[in-house]
Ligand binder design. Sequence first.
Ligand code: FRU
Length: 481
Amino acid sequence: MSALSKVLTEEIRKIEDTRLVEDSISKYRLTHHLMPPVGWLNDPNGLCWFKGRYHVFFQYAPFEVEGGLKCWGHYSSEDLVNWRYEGAPLLPDSPQDCHGVYSGSALVENDKLHLFYTGNVKLDGDYDYINNGRETSTLHVESEDGIHFSNKEVVIPFSKYPEEYTCHIRDPKVWKDGEVYRMVLGGRKKDDTGAVLFYQSKDFKDWSFEKEITTETPFGYMWECPDYFQLGGKGILSVSPQGVQREEYRYQNIYQSGYFLMENNDKYLDSRDFREWDMGFDFYAPQTFTDGKGRRILIGWMGMPDAEEEYINLTVKEGWQHCLTLPRELTMNDGKIYQYPVEELSSLRKGCCEIDRRKSQIDLRGPFDLELKIEGETAEIHLGRDLSLSYRNGCAVLTLSEDAGAGRRTRKARLDQLKEVRIVSDISAVEIYLNRGETVFSTRYYPGEDRRLLRVEAEDFRGKVFSLDSMTFGYCSLRAR
Ligand code: FRU
């Protein structure tokens, strides 16, 4: 370990230990979502199932609650509900990643865990850092145990990327396809359009550029955090575009994330085929992986970069910001991807209350998991004064109260019918799954009171509300180190 790596590791440990002491006075810390121990979290990275454990790495800026120098933080788990915080294994300690260990992915091969990521370097000088002044190489490390990693090696140096691109090329997702390895990177072209770049390799060390895929008409200026996978016999390309025009029912956030079904080998996609992953306020940069049970699982960042000025994230004054979504199992249904919390979450359910037309109100306390079947053309669900979900005229509307929304009010989604609702509500985060995950709203919110009245109105409905035991996050491993 270099002297720099040692100092960074020590400083991160110190600040995390202080945070743990303060944890008891925090009002908004979560019980069912992975958060940074301290400071800032963004994209999920390096998701994988390796030697009997799930590994979830994440973009982590422990020193600054508003973001800043990024390393990778790390949680692992056997069952997706009992987690262990493993520390920060990838630090910005080499000349190729000294301004940030940016996002990337994992490949499990021959009993080893391989991580690929973008090393961010900002040159000193008067640059715009878009067209010049930034270098973003692709780096690789490997591990036998998922905890200790080898030295970093550059597998695609910045100088080798195609000419037509700005300095914004990043976020490698790597997978094995038969005998070859493939990588997709997100990029911003010099004409300010977003695209993805495909590379291939026989040994995942020597990579050659294969093709670019973009839309026929420009769809944003930059595509971040791409992913590519097969589901239900179809190729899926997921991207997080920046610079797409907002609309009333689509693209309501500043940045988007969604997917294209890759029907054939076309170089050009049609932006009208882009389907958003999530319609809530806080969802960006998702990644997927397959686990030991063969499930395709998605985890997103439950946050939004460069969010609106009027939004005051109330966790900032507690010294931390953002979380990841629940792990969601993906299934393909009629050409659409459905997302639903992995079944392991149900192991945390305890006390159950039934709700129906005769008993349409329930007094709730703390995190809960609601499952509801609905009949009729319209429906309303109210959670105290904090949150409501209404459905009428083919439109679902999520509304947050002024206080609980901390500056944010409504998000909408078009939906042909509403038959089922699942709400997983954490201390300051809520995920709402409509029709078993056909449409999802994920958002942070800040309930004023622990105790709230759940009230449902619809022609007919019946369901169950469970209170939930907490996930565990294994911070005790921090104390032991
Ligand atoms: C997306 C992103 C990635 C980048 C990372 C840096 O949120 O901007 O493109 O690698 O965050 O933290």
